[in-house]
Design a protein around this ligand. Structure first.
Ligand code: PLP
Length: 393
């Protein structure tokens, strides 16, 4: 058998991507505005309510709650601030530890740090790219003890307050497994569902399995408000407090400025919410297109050995936010060359984020064995994922 040379395989992979995205430049993910965006923005500007007051914020919050099935949605300036507020409201205190995957975007860790708490890094599963629940259970059994109803890290003697699973590239984590783990170890769960609007786990929208979930509407996400985020919750008290804390903790009064605690200026401007209202109307179509794009890539990759398209995990319906090709362990050495060659051709491919525990601000944080996350980081290549790369027949 002829030995496959490195460039052969790289060429085949890049050609397989190119055959789907066509000959022009293709970015990793571009927003698209195909509905009522201009109309609502114009309406918003004509009303002069472009800032922290206005009907679009309330409308967007109502529509988000309805779409996801959450009792409440509270809109804020970005996903990171949503995560920050959610962790405060989950009761994360200075000196606590919070379990987060090391395979995530840096915002997950930053939000923990904003609470003066410490991220505690956990490994990922190659089944769903989320937290490996069984491995984490074994680790917690060996390394923690329940003291006064708290999960205490026996090494650092700090309380592990909670866990923030993240739905990687829009694929749902093992949410039932995670919910069970939280009960066993007294952990509060906040879902980082920044990437997973439209993703269902056993028929229920991601972000609704813990005390709170957060969404992001950054420009590269499935729908965008320019910048924006939301907290989802079924707890009316938390919803009220989120609204209060995000609007400088100002008490409602016709003219007086009374603030009853140190609040944040995190409320989403009406202008952004207007964009969000239009984008949410387009979400079902974007999801269909993303699924179609996945199918096209799958067909195109069918005859390649050493790489395959990452398919949604069992019991879930993914939004396929970022399409991911995954190299067989025997082919990891090709990751760099494929990234290089495709980007030279203006095909926007990316490796996953650098694992957070390797970043300077987080080098010294506690962690479990992270073998699987390291493997996944080396094996995955994200490829162009804009919904408008396909038409709908
Ligand atoms: C996008 C994203 C966020 C939030 O990002 P913002 O830019 O602040 O909206 C948080 N976590 C993950 C995993 C993300 O991908």
């Amino acid at each position: 058998m002829k030995r496959q040379s490195s460039s052969d395989f790289t060429e085949q992979v890049v050609n397989a991507i190119a055959s789907v995205v066509g000959s022009g430049p293709a970015s990793l993910h571009a927003p698209s505005f195909t509905g009522n965006e201009l109309r609502y923005l114009e309406e918003c500007i004509e009303s002069t309510y472009v800032s922290s007051v206005g009907n679009f914020v309330e409308k967007f919050e109502r529509n988000l709650a309805e779409y996801t099935g959450a009792d409440y949605a509270i809109c804020v300036v970005n996903g990171t601030s949503a995560l920050h507020l959610a962790l405060i409201l989950a009761g994360v205190e200075p000196h606590d530890e919070v379990l987060i995957p090391t395979l995530t975007f840096v915002a997950t860790a930053n939000a923990v740090r904003y609470c003066n708490a410490t991220p505690h890094f956990v490994d990922s599963s190659d089944i769903d790219l989320g937290i490996d629940v069984e491995k984490l259970r074994d680790y917690l059994k060996k390394n923690t003890q329940q003291i006064n109803g708290n999960c205490v890290n026996l090494t650092s003697e700090r309380i592990i307050r909670g866990i923030v699973p993240m739905h990687t590239f829009g694929h749902a984590s093992d949410l039932h497994g995670l919910a069970k783990l939280c009960l066993e170890f007294n952990l509060v769960m906040v879902e980082d569902a920044a990437e997973s609007i439209g993703t269902l786990y056993r028929g229920k929208h991601t972000g609704l399995f813990g005390k709170m979930g957060i969404l992001s509407f950054n420009g590269n996400k499935t729908i965008t408000t320019g910048g924006g985020g939301a907290i989802l919750t079924n707890d009316s008290r938390i919803a009220e407090r989120a609204k209060h804390l995000s609007s400088t903790a100002k008490l409602s009064h016709a003219w007086e400025y009374v603030h009853d605690q140190v609040g944040y200026n995190y409320r989403m401007p009406n202008l952004n919410a207007a964009l969000g209202c239009a984008q949410l109307e387009e979400l079902p179509e974007k999801l269909l297109k993303k699924r179609e794009l996945f199918k096209k890539y799958s067909v195109s990759f069918e005859n390649l050995h050493g790489i395959r398209m990452y398919e949604e995990p069992p019991h879930s319906t993914s939004n396929y936010w970022l399409q991911a090709a995954i190299l067989e362990p025997s082919h990891v050495d090709f990751q760099h060359e494929i990234l290089l060659r495709s980007n030279q051709m203006n095909i926007g491919t990316r490796p996953p984020w650098k694992l957070i525990h390797t970043l300077k601000p987080y080098e010294d944080c506690p962690r479990m064995d992270l073998t699987k996350a390291k493997e996944l980081q080396a094996r995955i290549i994200n490829i162009p994922s804009s919904p408008d790369l396909v038409g709908l027949s």
